[in-house]
Design a protein around this ligand. Structure first.
Ligand code: MN
Length: 227
């Protein structure tokens, strides 16, 4: 046993600014690309979206090698477009949800897939699979502007120079404002909330030494290595 210093307060850099974006909660949606739902042996149910949370302390700056987590033999990458909320509220309609989006970043929803599979088999929660140290390597936020308000564009992830995941965000089952509106019927959203918007097909294992590069038009590439 050792005493570990408290992590710094969770925040993300903002492109073009010296300010940082203080992060409140991290919401995630599962099964938001039909092809990924299929590869996981699930189907898309528009009546019952899958939501879960990660602690804000899961954020990790990929400038530092990403520590490989304990208790897994099967750590998976899930590249995702991340929406950052600049406003909150409850029961937002689609217009209010759209206006609440301050900007976007690239992130990885790292997943201990073996723990998730065991939890799913027993109908248990996913927390140990999704919510652990450095489970959310995330890049800087680019604020929405007339030049950057994406509703389409190719989201991709390369590992060791080979493309593993690739899809257009227009293929999302629930578009970002819909996700925000749905979340606002479950939670009181706040400025500082992040929303991981789901991952395309092609999820697979990361192992120590792997180098990853995530890309989305208009955002800086999110590149890093697994320690
Ligand atoms: Mn995910």
């Amino acid at each position: 046993m050792s005493v570990i210093p408290a992590p710094p307060l969770a925040s993300l850099p903002v492109l073009g600014s010296a300010d940082r974006f203080p992060v409140h909660r991290i919401y995630c949606i599962g099964r938001n690309y039909a092809e990924h739902a299929r590869e996981m042996g699930a189907t898309v149910d528009r009546g019952q979206p899958v939501f879960f949370l990660k602690a804000a302390t899961c954020l990790w700056d990929p400038a530092e090698p990403v520590p490989y987590p304990p208790a897994t033999q099967d750590l998976h990458h899930e590249v995702e477009l991340v929406a950052a909320l600049g406003a909150g509220g409850r029961d937002l309609d689609l217009d209010a949800a759209r206006r609440a989006i301050h900007g976007y970043a690239l992130g990885l929803d790292l997943t201990r897939r073996d723990l998730q599979a065991a939890a799913k088999a027993k109908g248990l929660p996913w927390d140990t699979a999704k919510n652990f140290e450095a489970a959310a390597p995330t890049g800087p936020i680019r604020p929405v502007s007339p030049d950057f308000d994406p509703t389409s564009g190719e989201l991709s992830l390369e590992v060791n120079g080979v493309v593993r995941q690739r899809a257009d965000i227009a293929e999302m089952v629930f578009q970002v404002p819909e996700i925000v509106a749905m979340l606002s019927r479950l939670f009181t959203l706040r400025p500082g909330d992040l929303v991981f918007t789901g991952t395309p097909a092609g999820v697979a294992a990361l192992v120590p030494g792997d180098r990853f590069v995530a890309r989305f038009p208009g955002l800086p590439a999110l590149a890093g290595t697994m320690a």
